[in-house]
Design a protein around this ligand. Structure first.
Ligand code: C2E
Ligand code: MG
Ligand code: MG
Length: 582
């Protein structure tokens, strides 16, 4: 672009000076920081007839080497660039030129020359000379390039960033109809990056990302784009004739190249990743915007299937995610809409036939799908954290209900409420305070509340578990170990925790009376539990045989369909009022 011409030319005040201002002009041009070179258009090949000191300084050529030659020698090996061609055309046609041209200094180094070249005309308008004003803008150029690079690259690994990936994806998709090539995106997320960061520190985490980037790059072809999005997310763009199968092979190769451990902070670190593959064929109608989303969804599928693997996108994945999202939204609203209810399953004292414990079991009246059992919503509630408010509601509802039964039907042995606690609830720092608050609010005697915590949750983080249990026990409530036998704990281990009750999982109870091994096992557990002062409840008791067997080996309580299914509060009322088996 040619800058606008300065306005008035003829009314120069220089004319008033003694020599017509010639001396002043010469001194001024010489003092200029910009290079000024004047060429003579009347001579063959327009040699330079004037150059100021800045021209020597910028180009590194002494005056004698500039004068007498056409300044195009400064173009060095770059004389075929489009900008240079335009400069030549402008000069040939007697026009002005403005542009940035790559030039070479005398010492062989390159610089970016911002040039303004203008024809000088005599009184008749004929071009007699050209004046070129030049400026070394190499630093500015470098800065611009640096900024451009920063805007499009990840500073840690030097890989392209999301913005650049999206741009290249757009180009690949635009090319694809012509080239007949498939475009695939591979979305990779490391499986255990957080552990590395937490255990070895942030600095080691960064080193790992750099090392992973290098390794991944090493097993890709030059033309494949590898980008880092955020954290431990790497994304690959592949163009290929064969489409999906190549992408899947590549996913396998990427996973394999992580098999060798990394060496970090003097430790060997094993890394695995989950990869989602999304192919986009030449005839797919959309412009590829959705491709990343599909690769991301496939990556989550790979995680869901157990990590350290790849999954290829198929529409069912998206459908499943959508229905999950809907379920999460429904679940969120369900608490406010009061769609949850509790059922109560009584436990029976095997020696006396007394019924003085009930376990509260959550149910969801989902308007479209009907009554849902915990297996259909508790895991999702746990994953999304909604279990915390839901669990709070269950606790309050169960305590209030049991308190109500106690008031309506006073008995010598008051009813005890059993309430299930999920892992996430158990890890809430203010759990004990919350339980205390609920007891206070509902007026239930702490001795009439027993919290059920699964064996696997108890075993997860032993030191912290002990502290939480101590806090709960300080409230005077009871604690039961649920689903005992499904985890990996030993009874002697449990001794360290202040628990009151052991609930033997249904899978062991089911074989009683038919499977001798189960019988030996349950009776062994029972003996040890009693020795530790624990009460034992058998879960899932369904047959008379099982009852007989449990009685024989001296089990304390039983819970199961044989006695009662989970009951609505209305149906449970007469059972608890009586407090005895019919
Ligand atoms: P759980 O605590 O072990 O509860 C016992 C489960 O066994 C209940 O299933 C109960 O209906 C079922 N059951 C009882 N007797 C029998 C029987 O004789 N045969 C068979 N086949 N099953 C029997 P439900 O109600 O589906 O609950 C499943 C699990 O969901 C519970 O296992 C508990 O871990 C969880 N859960 C239920 N309500 C809540 C809650 O409010 N909060 C939390 N965090 N978890 C809950
Ligand atoms: Mg339970
Ligand atoms: Mg259980």
């Amino acid at each position: 672009m040619v800058p606008e011409k300065p306005g008035v030319r003829n009314s120069s005040p220089l004319g008033d000076l003694p020599d017509g201002g010639k001396r002043l002009l010469e001194l001024a041009v010489s003092a200029c920081a910009n290079a000024v070179i004047i060429t003579d258009a009347a001579q063959p090949d327009s040699p330079a007839v004037y150059a100021n000191p800045a021209a020597e300084h910028i180009t590194g050529y002494p005056l004698e080497e500039i004068l007498g030659r056409n300044p195009r020698f400064l173009q060095g090996p770059y004389s075929d660039l489009e900008e240079v061609a335009e400069l030549r055309r402008a000069v040939a046609e007697g026009r002005e030129f403005y542009g940035v041209v790559r030039n070479r200094r005398k010492d062989g180094s390159d610089f970016f020359n911002e040039m303004y070249v203008a024809p000088v005309r005599d009184g008749d308008g004929a071009v007699t000379h050209f004046v070129g004003i030049q400026n070394d803008v190499t630093e500015r150029r470098a800065l611009e390039e640096e900024m451009e690079h920063r805007a499009s690259h990840d500073p840690l690994t030097g890989l392209p960033n999301r913005a650049m990936f999206v741009e290249r994806l757009g180009q690949a998709v635009a090319r694809k109809a012509r080239s007949g090539r498939h475009v695939s995106a591979l979305f990779m997320d490391l499986d255990n990056f957080k552990d590395v960061n937490d255990s070895l520190g942030h600095e080691a985490g960064n080193q790992l990302l750099v090392a992973v980037a290098k390794r991944l790059r090493g097993c890709l072809r030059n033309e494949d784009t590898l980008a880092r999005f955020a954290g431990d997310e790497f994304v690959v763009l592949v163009e290929d004739e064969a489409g999906g199968s190549v992408a899947a092979q590549l996913a396998e190769r990427l996973l394999e190249c992580l098999d060798t451990p990394f060496s970090l902070a003097g430790e060997r670190v094993f890394v695995s990743a989950s990869v989602g593959v999304a192919p986009h064929g030449p005839s797919d109608p959309d412009r590829g915007e959705a491709l990343l989303g599909r690769a991301d969804a496939a990556m989550y599928e790979a995680k869901r299937l157990g990590k350290a693997r790849y999954a290829t996108y198929d529409p069912a994945i998206q459908a499943r995610r959508r229905s999950r999202l809907r379920m999460v939204n429904d679940l969120r609203a369900a608490l406010e809409r009061e769609e949850f209810v509790l059922q109560y399953q009584p436990k029976v004292d095997l020696k006396t036939g007394a019924v003085d414990h009930v376990e509260a079991l959550a149910r969801w009246h989902q308007p479209r799908r009907g009554l849902l059992l915990p297996a259909e919503f508790i895991p999702l509630a746990e994953e999304t954290g909604l279990i915390v408010p839901l669990g709070r509601w269950v606790l309050e509802e169960a305590c209030a209900q049991v308190r109500c039964w106690q008031d309506l039907h006073p008995r010598t042995q008051p009813v005890v409420a059993n309430v299930n606690l999920s892992a996430k609830q158990f890890r809430q720092p203010d759990l004990a305070a919350e339980v205390a608050e609920v007891l206070e609010k509902t007026g239930l005697d702490p001795a009439c509340l027993e919290l059920e915590i699964t064996e696997s949750v108890l075993m997860e983080d032993a030191p912290a578990t002990g502290a939480v249990l101590e806090k709960l026990k300080a409230l005077d409530i009871k604690v039961a170990v649920d689903d005992f036998g499904t985890g990996y704990s030993s009874l002697s281990y449990l001794k360290r925790f202040p628990v009151d009750t052991l609930k033997i999982d249904r899978s062991f109870v089911s074989g009683l009376g038919t499977d001798l091994e189960d019988e030996v096992l349950v009776s062994g557990v029972l003996g040890l539990a009693h020795a530790l002062g624990l009460r034992v409840v058998a879960e899932g008791v369904e047959t008379e045989q099982q009852v007989a067997s449990l009685k024989k080996i001296g089990c304390d309580l039983a819970q199961g369909y044989y006695f009662f299914r989970p009951l609505s509060n209305v149906a449970a009322t007469p059972v608890l009022a009586k407090g005895m088996l019919p």
